[in-house]
Write a protein that binds this ligand. Structure first.
Ligand code: GSH
Length: 197
């Protein structure tokens, strides 16, 4: 049984979406988190080293950080094939786009939001426009990041773009708009919204 340490309307909600897609057995444990306005506090029940969400426990095996959780869950519950397994075609692309999400895309958006774009070549990530060009080029080749197959990588990217689609930081793109429509139309996305609390 998977326990998802969760707080509504945060990055943990997308893992309800993924667990629903996987048809995995899970329970939600709502925990408190620290907020940017100074309210909230770390919940001692949360195993994430910084008290963030998401984190999961698989009967005592702790996994934290979104790409690691996505990879762990799709390997652990392969029935619905939400990510290529070791040795399968697409595994390299899958690992790359999962890592790119927190290694490049999120820092690109966050540094733009904080108005601290680093000079090209000085940081491990790139400007939002350069990152989105790469994502859009990829999505122009097929409906999903891995081509024809929906994967947990799309859970991360699709939910992010669904949330920030109207933000001025987000370059306007019909490719991304169509992608978001495909992601939010999935029944598991609606079930996650209903279950998140
Ligand atoms: N790098 C983490 C980020 C997790 C994260 O920052 N979660 C926010 C909620 S969306 C949080 O728990 N914030 C509380 C805090 O920073 O203490 C991941 O991708 O899993």
């Amino acid at each position: 049984m998977i326990t998802l340490f969760h707080q509504p309307n945060t990055r943990s909600t997308r893992f309800i979406f993924l667990l629903e897609e996987l048809e995995a057995p899970y329970r939600l444990q709502t925990v408190t988190i620290r907020r940017s306005d100074g309210t909230g506090e770390v919940d001692p029940a949360n195993p994430h080293p910084h008290g963030k969400v998401p984190a999961i426990s698989d009967d005592g095996i702790i996994v934290f950080e979104s790409p690691a959780i996505a990879l762990y869950l799709t390997d652990r519950f392969p029935k619905n094939h939400l990510g290529p397994l070791i040795g399968e075609p697409g595994r390299g692309a899958y690992l790359s786009w999962l890592s790119y999400y927190t290694g490049v895309l999120e820092p690109a958006f966050m540094s733009r939001f904080m108005k601290v774009d680093a000079p090209r070549g000085s940081a491990g990530w790139v400007a939002v426009e350069e990152a989105m060009d790469a994502v859009i080029a990829r999505l122009s080749q097929g409906p999903y990041l891995l081509g024809d197959d929906f994967s947990a990588a799309d859970v991360l990217y699709g939910t992010t773009f669904a949330m920030f689609g109207q933000s001025p930081m987000m370059p306007k793109s019909a490719v991304v708009e169509d992608y978001v429509k495909r992601i939010v139309a999935r029944p598991a996305f609606s079930r996650a919204q209903a279950r998140q609390g």
